[in-house]
Design a protein around this ligand. Sequence first.
Ligand code: 5GP
Ligand code: MN
Length: 336
Amino acid sequence: MKDLFPKKHFESWHKALEQTRKIVLATHVNPDGDAIGALMGLGPFFKKEGYEVTMISPTRYPEFLSFLDPGNEIVVYSRDNQTALHAVNQADMIVALDVSGFSRMDELGKAMQKATAFKVLMDHHTDPVTGEFDLVFSTTRISSTCELTYRVIKTWKENAVFSKDQATAFLAGIITDTNQFANSVYPGTFRVTSELVTFGADTEFIYDQIYRNFSYNRMRLMGYALQNIRLLPEYKCGYIVLTLDVLEKFGYSNGDTEGFVNLPLAIKGVSVSAFFLQRADHIKVSLRSKGDIPVNEIARKFYQGGGHLNASAGKMTDSTEDIEPLLKKALGTIIA
Ligand code: 5GP
Ligand code: MN
């Protein structure tokens, strides 16, 4: 498979690892399948290679991803910051996964920045904050951090072997970040998927755990969301708002709205979707698009966030009545 990065990256990687005994792997707040998949694909691999490894997530991962961490090996900073900080301060190498920079790790990121370890970035977002790292493996022309991480390891060690669990973790990241192979799919995505299945990745298990594992409450909330999609045909947009009172009525628990942002995109003629989830002190905004509509631009300019061309997020602190006017204003800048 064609190498993604120049040879000198791997020389630097190899040299740094020769002087490394303790590794910290860390990812972004509110980790998704790609984030947890990368931690659990790479972490146990390094352990098997003889390194002392700590996998850290700044905040808890949603319950539906717990199958990727059956031994509860991931240290959650918001629950146990002492263990996390100790590992960060002792580390010879820190690998940041699925983030463009340390700011996506909140408080944990600040400690990481200060640490003396050799810092590596493995990511697929735009605008990597290269100044924060000693070595950067970053490209947007790839499905996911999981695919990127797998390919970096395979270029470094051609004969690297992955366990069934590690392969399953990497594949879970590819499946979730591509929205089940609907977007950000490149030839390499299928080649890596094929190799992961050869290593025993259990596709059906992943689907059962992630897409066929919902609570009754979530299905009923989805019913509400579907019935309340609002259309803005002039902007080819469909959007959903879930307010606190609705969430309470349906017995909402964290993670129940995972994937709802994609629902309006299934409507013929809709090319942009938005999902607004009211929280105690702000409204979380998720944006998705088809083709070359850059939702990351409006995430950045209007919603204090960012992300990928077709999948971005941010927040707003205005009231729910302001949702539609602000959305129209934002869409006006990217929809012809
Ligand atoms: P989601 O809608 O799934 O929460 O987020 C979609 C994508 O937007 C994520 O994969 C991530 O890349 C990006 N994203 C989410 N929140 C932020 C943020 O606050 N800042 C930036 N720069 N990107 C974000
Ligand atoms: Mn990702």
